[in-house]
Design a protein around this ligand. Structure first.
Ligand code: SF4
Length: 405
């Protein structure tokens, strides 16, 4: 049984000619000579690069349709008749509209939230930039936390750098922080992510000093997938500008032959890559310390659906460094510039498996302490899944070594 429908996907804008398809390969039952169809097989013979990323970049958010045999829909909620949480267990008061979902996270500097929910990280992709205001205002009035993704300063066309190449003014970051704060009522927080390029550009220094941001999120890879973040750039001057700011850009826009190829139309776009941060315990501790000294009240870590070893490291190091929040992200989607095959085939995709692995690892780590765990299924779109997670939190977390302060 194939968990995909191979050889064609809407994310890549490919499809089979025939309704009858071999389930394992995805090839049409009759693959005919002279077919003008548009399956992966057909398209990759001459325009293979177009199958790398979901498209069109900048106007979509993608999510894999790999259909795992286990997910949250296999769980049912068991109600109970003794006691209540979030409301007084009294017949005159216990009605569901009155139940509170208030919660908090953090170690010393706690953040209150109206609902245990965060947005996904909205970073330097065009769709994230264009839709930021809706998310920011929605998060602020809902009382949840908002995550500003990586590279926002680095790709800002109006970015101003000082003589040391550090951020002096980043209007888009200013706009993002201001739009969240405009309706913020004391619940939730804005976190600004930092990858290697952000660190080199001094983004933490800028947002803490100039914008009063209190929470910096460190990253292990591009969230869930241990690759750097990528965006497409269809303008060679812009590609060169980003390269000058320290990004890795492919194909190299400073190469004379690539410049000629772009002029001739043989190269139509460039890819801006950001670097992968490889893990080292001492470096991690040092970076947490450095960002704290810059004035960050809270430091959080975002990592992905990596193997058990990295998961254990993330939990243990986060505990030792007393960071405020650890996010373990799944891998099955994004705002468009992760390779489609990574979205589909990378890491631990069903979040229910991530929960299981977290409980296994945390059960093995004897000295994890000082944390309250909020189990949040990323990219949930059904309220019922959210409710199931709220039920799972006490069942899973409190059973293991997590010491709720
Ligand atoms: S080339 Fe045409 S006939 Fe062959 S698998 Fe692709 S869509 Fe089907």
């Amino acid at each position: 049984m194939n968990l995909h429908r191979p050889n064609a996907n809407e994310a890549l804008q490919t499809k089979n000619r025939s309704r009858s398809v071999a389930p394992q390969s995805g090839i049409c039952s009759r693959c005919v000579d002279g077919c003008k169809g548009n399956c992966d097989l057909f398209k990759s013979t001459f325009r293979g690069r177009e199958l790398l990323y979901p498209s069109p970049f900048g106007s979509i958010t993608a999510g894999t349709d790999k259909d795992y045999p286990v997910d949250y829909s296999h769980l049912n909620i068991m109600g109970y008749a003794i006691g209540a949480e979030g409301i007084e267990a009294h017949p005159d008061h216990a009605i569901f509209p009155e139940v509170t979902t208030d919660t908090w996270y953090g170690t010393t500097e706690k953040v209150k939230m109206k609902i245990p929910m965060f947005t996904g990280a909205l970073g330097s992709t065009e769709i994230a930039r264009a839709n930021w205001e809706h998310f920011a205002v929605g998060a602020a009035i809902t009382g949840i936390s908002l995550v500003c993704g990586e590279n926002v300063c680095g790709i800002d066309p109006k970015l101003e750098l000082d003589k040391n190449g550090m951020v002096k003014k980043a209007p888009d970051m200013e706009r993002r922080v201001e739009q969240y704060r405009r309706y913020h009522e004391g619940y939730g927080d804005i976190m600004v992510q930092m990858n290697i390029e952000d660190t080199r550009l001094g983004v933490a220094e800028y947002v803490i000093d100039k914008l009063g941001v209190e929470t910096i999120e460190l990253k292990w890879g591009q969230g869930a997938k241990c690759i750097g973040g990528e965006i497409k750039v269809d303008n060679i001057e812009r590609a060169q500008e980003l390269q000058k700011r320290g990004y890795l850009v492919t194909p190299d826009p400073s190469s004379k032959s690539n410049q000629k190829a772009f002029k001739d139309g043989a190269i139509r776009e460039f890819e801006r890559h950001s670097r992968v941060g490889f893990l080292d315990q001492e470096d991690f501790m040092r970076e947490v310390d450095r960002v704290r000294k810059l004035g960050a009240k809270r430091i959080t870590l975002k990592t992905g659906a990596y193997p058990m070893r990295e998961l254990a490291m993330a939990i243990r190091w986060s505990s030792d460094a007393k960071i405020s929040l650890l996010t373990i992200d799944g891998a099955p989607g994004g705002t468009g510039m992760s390779p489609w095959r990574m979205m589909s085939e990378w890491g631990v995709l069903p979040y229910i498996f991530i929960l299981w692995r977290m409980t296994c690892v945390s059960g093995l780590l004897k000295r994890v302490h000082g944390y309250r765990i909020l189990l949040l299924p990323a990219a949930f779109h059904q309220k019922i899944i959210f409710l199931k997670l709220l039920h799972l939190e006490p069942l899973i977390v409190r059973r293991y070594v997590w010491d709720v302060p």
